[in-house]
Design a protein around this ligand. Structure first.
Ligand SMILES: NC(=O)c1ccc[n+]([C@@H]2O[C@H](COP(=O)([O-])OP(=O)(O)OC[C@H]3O[C@@H](n4cnc5c(N)ncnc54)[C@H](OP(=O)(O)O)[C@@H]3O)[C@@H](O)[C@H]2O)c1
Length: 214
């Protein structure tokens, strides 16, 4: 089913995920970058139903919003997006400090929970934050292979989780429901392990993970 997806933060994560979702048949609005030309180019290059817009336009009539900005930009982008009551917000954002070296929230809360407190009337799902942006196009290209990589997601709203599952599948991952939003306390630090393997390991950053049961 085709959805309308607003991208709030069109950088490494938002730019790539928005492109993939446009190519998967969704209607995508790229928003929030420092140059409007960049947003327009992303929309052109996505070669699907994509366009550039303001955060408010991205949020308007959106079935889902991807929040993909640095922690320090959160208040600004939310303010520009306007009223997000009832909206499904899929967040891949992590609570990193200014120089991206450590988490500023962990263990007793999470970035996803802090976001849900800022927009209590929205339906927040945490997803996509556990993989590096460098792997996204590769996963999408390999989506017809039998064994897909896993992607954990969590949230408190059943409908919002259903929307996230569609986007996760369309990207080429196998969705793994990790439970309520508070589980982001564990998935967010897990990302630092993935980042360590991706950026400090030998094989390069095009890294995803897969859970198996025996
Ligand atoms: N990159 C990854 O592999 C990865 C993986 C997992 C989770 N995450 C998390 O996902 C979130 C997004 O990461 P990212 O790597 O996609 O970040 P990014 O590439 O820096 O993208 C952030 C977006 O916000 C825009 N922006 C920043 N300041 C702005 C301002 N003052 N006005 C308007 N727009 C502004 C940037 O604009 P410009 O395009 O003009 O720079 C960019 O489009 C972060 O919380 C990060 O921790 C990232």
């Amino acid at each position: 089913m085709s959805m309308r997806v607003g991208i709030l933060g069109s950088g490494l994560m938002g730019g790539k995920l928005g492109t993939i979702w446009a190519r998967a048949g969704h209607e995508v609005v790229f928003s929030y970058a420092r140059s409007e030309e960049k947003l327009k180019k992303l929309a052109r290059d996505a070669k699907g139903k994509a366009r550039a817009g303001t955060p408010r336009e991205a949020a308007q009539d959106a079935d889902a919003l991807l929040l993909a900005v640095h922690w320090l930009r959160i208040d600004d982008v939310l303010k520009q997006a306007g009223d997000l009551s009832g909206k499904v917000i899929v967040t891949c954002s992590l609570p990193m400090n200014a120089d991206d070296t450590d988490l500023v929230i962990a263990h007793t809360s999470s970035r996803a929970e802090a976001l849900a407190m800022k927009v209590p009337k929205a339906r927040v799902v945490s997803a996509f934050g556990t993989v590096p942006s460098e792997v996204l196009f590769g996963v999408f290209e390999a989506r017809r292979k039998a064994k897909r990589p896993s992607l954990v997601y969590c949230g408190d709203d059943k409908k919002a989780k259903g929307v996230a599952v569609e986007l996760i599948r369309d990207t080429g991952f196998d969705p793994v429901d990790a439970g309520p939003l508070r589980i982001a306390r564990y998935t967010e630090p897990f990302t630092l392990l993935i980042a360590r393997l991706a950026y400090e390991g030998k094989g390069g950053p095009e890294l995803a993970y897969r859970f198996e049961r025996f």
